[in-house]
Design a protein around this ligand. Structure first.
Ligand code: ASP
Length: 307
C-alpha cells in the first residue's frame, strides 16, 4: 500500500530551487549554479557549472587549478558527480586536467563505468577533448617548496586551513530533482597516489532523488570510515531534518575515528522540499546557501567542539 500524503496544509513549504556548497568559495560556485537553476535548468547542469568555478580559480588552493600539490609536487585531483536518476561518475588521482568534474560527468554519460583513476582517467579525458594543462601555479609551487624545507616527517594537516577546502555542492531544481558534485585537490602534501573521500560515491557525495543529497569536506579517511554522505541521506530517509542528519552522521564519524579531536569533518545536506543544513566536528567550517527567499549567503553550522 502506498504511503498516504499528509493533508496539504501540513506539508512542508517548498523552497526550490536551492543550492548549497561548502566553504567561502561556495558563494561564487552558487552564483553559477543559480544561473542554471533560476532559468529552469536541470540540477545536474547547475552542480557541474557551479563547481567548475572553484576548479578554474587559481586563488582556490584546494580544488582544481591552483590546488596545492602532493609531497612530490604533483597536483592530483579527485571529483565525482551524481544525478536524480542515481547515475554517477567519478575520477581520482587525475593529473593535468583543469576541470575533473566535467571528466567525471563524461565517465557517467559516455562509459558503462562509475570510476576511472590515474593514467586511465587522463587518457579518457584527452580522448574526450580535454586539454593537458600545468595545474601547479607559482603560488602553489612556492608553498610546496616552503613545506619541503620544513622537512616534516609526519603529515599533520592543520584544521580548517587551506588544505581542507573541498567543494561539495548539492542542488534541487524547480522540478524537484536533485544532483550533487564534489571536487578537490585533496590534502596538501599527501602521499603520491592518496585518494580521499571526495571522489567516492557514498563518502564524499550521495544523492537519492526520493530523499535528499549530502556532501562532505574535511579529513577524507575519517569520512570514508563512516561512509558519511550516504549515511546523511539515510538519516534523512528515516525522518531526520538535514541539520539533524548531518549531526548524527558527524557523531558516527567521531565514533569510528579515535583521533577525531585532531581533525575536521563537515557535512552539508538538502532534502527534496528544499530544507538544508550542516554540521561539523570543529568550529570554523561554514557553507554557502542560495535560495529564492534570501539570496546567496554564508551560514555557520553547529559543531561538536564548542566555539
Ligand atoms: N575531503 C578532502 C580529502 O580528504 C579534503 C578536504 O575536504 O579537506 O581529500
Amino acid at each position: 500500500m502506498s504511503a498516504q500524503q499528509p493533508p496539504r496544509q501540513n506539508r512542508p513549504p517548498l523552497n526550490r530551487p536551492l543550492v548549497i556548497s561548502t566553504w567561502k568559495h561556495g558563494l561564487a560556485a552558487n552564483d553559477a549554479a543559480w544561473k542554471v537553476l533560476s532559468g529552469g535548468g536541470r540540477a545536474l547542469d547547475a552542480v557541474e557549472q557551479g563547481v567548475r568555478v572553484s576548479e578554474s580559480d587559481p586563488q582556490v588552493s584546494s580544488v582544481g587549478y591552483g590546488g596545492l600539490p602532493d609531497r612530490d609536487g604533483d597536483v592530483t585531483l579527485d571529483a565525482c558527480i551524481m544525478d536524480e536518476r542515481g547515475d554517477c561518475g567519478s575520477v581520482a588521482f587525475l593529473q593535468h586536467i583543469k576541470n575533473p568534474i566535467s571528466v567525471a560527468r563524461r565517465v557517467m554519460e559516455k562509459t558503462p563505468h562509475v570510476m576511472l583513476v590515474g593514467e586511465g582517467a587522463y587518457e579518457f579525458a584527452i580522448e574526450q577533448g580535454f586539454t593537458k594543462e600545468d595545474l601547479l601555479t607559482d603560488k602553489a609551487k612556492a608553498a610546496w617548496k616552503k613545506w619541503r624545507e620544513k622537512n616534516e616527517k609526519q603529515l599533520k594537516p592543520e584544521i580548517n586551513i587551506e588544505n581542507h577546502d573541498t567543494i561539495g555542492l548539492v542542488a534541487v531544481d524547480k522540478k524537484g530533482n536533485l544532483s550533487g558534485a564534489c571536487t578537490t585537490s585533496g590534502l596538501a602534501w599527501k602521499r603520491h597516489g592518496r585518494v580521499g573521500d571526495s571522489p567516492i560515491i557514498g563518502a564524499g557525495l550521495y544523492v537519492d532523488n526520493a530523499v535528499g543529497a549530502a556532501a562532505a569536506t574535511g579529513m577524507g579517511e575519517a569520512v570514508i570510515r563512516a561512509v558519511g554522505s550516504f549515511l546523511v541521506v539515510e538519516l534523512m530517509r528515516q525522518g531526520n531534518s538535514p541539520d539533524d542528519a548531518c549531526r548524527l552522521a558527524t557523531e558516527r564519524v567521531i565514533e569510528k575515528n579515535r583521533n577525531w579531536r585532531e581533525l575536521q569533518v563537515g557535512f552539508i545536506a538538502i532534502d527534496k522540499q528544499g530544507r538544508f543544513g550542516g554540521y561539523c566536528i570543529q568550529p570554523g567550517f561554514d557553507y554557502a546557501v542560495y535560495d529564492g527567499q534570501d539570496g546567496n549567503r554564508m551560514l555557520t553550522p553547529d559543531s561538536k567542539v564548542a566555539k
